[in-house]
Design a protein around this ligand. Sequence first.
Ligand SMILES: [Zn+2]
Length: 303
Amino acid sequence: MKQMALIANSTHELEYRLDVFKNIPGDKMPKSVSPEDLRKLGIYAGAAGFWLDKGRTKTMTDDGAGVTVSALVTGKSYENDFDTDGLMYEYPQSKRPSTYDQSRIQATKTAALLKLPIFVVIKPTSNSTNRDVFLGWIEAWDDISKLFLISFGFEAPKGIPNGTDDDDDPFTFTSSNRLLDTKSKNIRKRKFRFKIMRRYKKVCMLCDIKITELLAATHIRPTSKLGSDDVRNGLLLCNLHDKAFTEGLFSINPSTYEITYRNGGPDKNELNIINEDLSNLPRKPHPKALNWHWEQWLSKNRS
Ligand SMILES: [Zn+2]
């Protein structure tokens, strides 16, 4: 009986959230809402990070912990990971006791499990009075890279797998992106970035840079050359090593997973490469992708 009650509560809450969003004037995303209305509508009344309206949402979980209603976006990671179609949201790290952040992270995962959207609230410019509000759907999360993947939309996104990047799945090497509109391209790009961050634990494969803003999800075979978004066609590199790879300053030997430098340099030290051997990575890029890059690179740089 208890389970039934939880489902009934979350169905009611889903209708509530969809209705609130629908009834804000305007038919486009984002919608513009005054701070007073954010409170009145029960969208947001917190200070930072995730906001739970515990009074309203505590009956929706067995333990009374509540469910996240909204997330405030501040300037952090704004440029890389946010656009009008979604964002990657970093787990909050406040100065409060860690249980405070943990409970909010859990409440956000609960929203995802109950298939409830959350309101994503942004102050568009530093002197804006109103806030932009998006309806966001949590598609995936990763406790190691500490990221939530959120897509915006009036309805729940369809058929997005929550992160199966199983190495036993058949490898998709090529895909055409010519037919994709900007929205689809943005979504696809962010998903690829999220999957690469998760697979390689948010650290550059070649040095130890861990700063989100300085990490790039690099396609081994670029999308401009029909490379796919299969996670095994990707590398996680800092901006320096991403640029060095796309400029052809090095390639990865597909048989040994060793970094190989261009004749005449620059060498390992000049490139600040610490990990020259990727064979120790628990999960590796696909040899077929590496081989594609290697062949192209050899013909240009080693002949
Ligand atoms: Zn690096």
